[in-house]
Design a binder for this molecule. Structure first.
Ligand code: SF4
Length: 219
């Protein structure tokens, strides 16, 4: 089959980057829709579900810490926490680190709902599992770079990722695991980089930039 219009798609296609952005938008919509449906099924809003999931994953947190981790404004966090306290899913206690702040802890019921909320993105993991190992590696590498760029623009919170962590030492040795995590003192490969590590400590600028440049030198 030769085709009657051989150059049609050369002249009538958006750039690959634009089509990737469209694809990500569709994936984002699917994530939002699933989170909303599952949160609704559990009698929660998506933000309330995210808060419970974060408290299960990271232990007791203040409202400010939740706001930073989730990239949600403090007033929105406060509204959701008020509802979670009314529903007896979260308790508030004085934060020993900050006399005027409260530390939020899930109750047993809240922790059970939080554990369920943590698995909400699993439908996406099933779809990703269908990609070949090479496709998964390329996808993950692209995701790390995109999130890092969005963090620099202030659109994604600078939390949880190795490439912004004070313990991360990129490209310090040859081989399959060229990076190092000084927190656990262990080698780490590019495929093993964490996106949501509870031990993450944000590296200050300009160290963050230097770490990123060092990381890109081989990746
Ligand atoms: S502490 Fe966590 S985020 Fe930091 S380098 Fe180690 S694994 Fe990565």
């Amino acid at each position: 089959m030769t085709g009657k219009l051989p150059g049609y798609f050369d002249e009538n296609s958006e750039s690959l980057s634009a089509r990737i952005a469209t694809g990500l938008h569709k994936l984002g919509l699917a994530m939002k829709q699933q989170s909303w449906q599952q949160a609704n099924g559990a009698g929660l809003s998506a933000t309330q579900g995210q808060i419970l999931a974060a408290l299960v994953a990271h232990g007791p947190l203040s409202g400010t810490e939740l706001s930073t981790r989730l990239g949600v404004t403090l007033p929105t966090i406060s509204d959701s926490v008020r509802v979670l306290v009314e529903k007896a899913l979260v308790t508030k206690a004085p934060d020993p680190r900050h006399p005027r702040a409260s530390l939020l802890t899930p109750t047993a019921t809240g922790a059970a709902l939080g554990a369920r909320a943590r698995s909400w993105p699993e439908f996406m993991a099933d779809a990703v599992a269908d990609l070949s190992p090479e496709e998964q590696r390329a996808f993950f590498s692209g995701i790390v770079k995109m999130i890092r760029m969005l963090q620099e623009q202030g659109l994604v919170p600078v939390t949880g990722m190795c490439v912004t962590c004070t313990h991360f030492r990129p490209n310090v040795r040859p081989g399959a695991s060229p990076h190092h995590c000084a927190f656990v003192d262990a080698p780490i490969s590019s495929d093993q980089l964490r996106l949501d590590c509870p031990e993450h400590e944000r590296a200050p600028e300009p160290a963050r930039r230097e770490v990123w440049e060092q990381f890109l030198r081989r990746d």
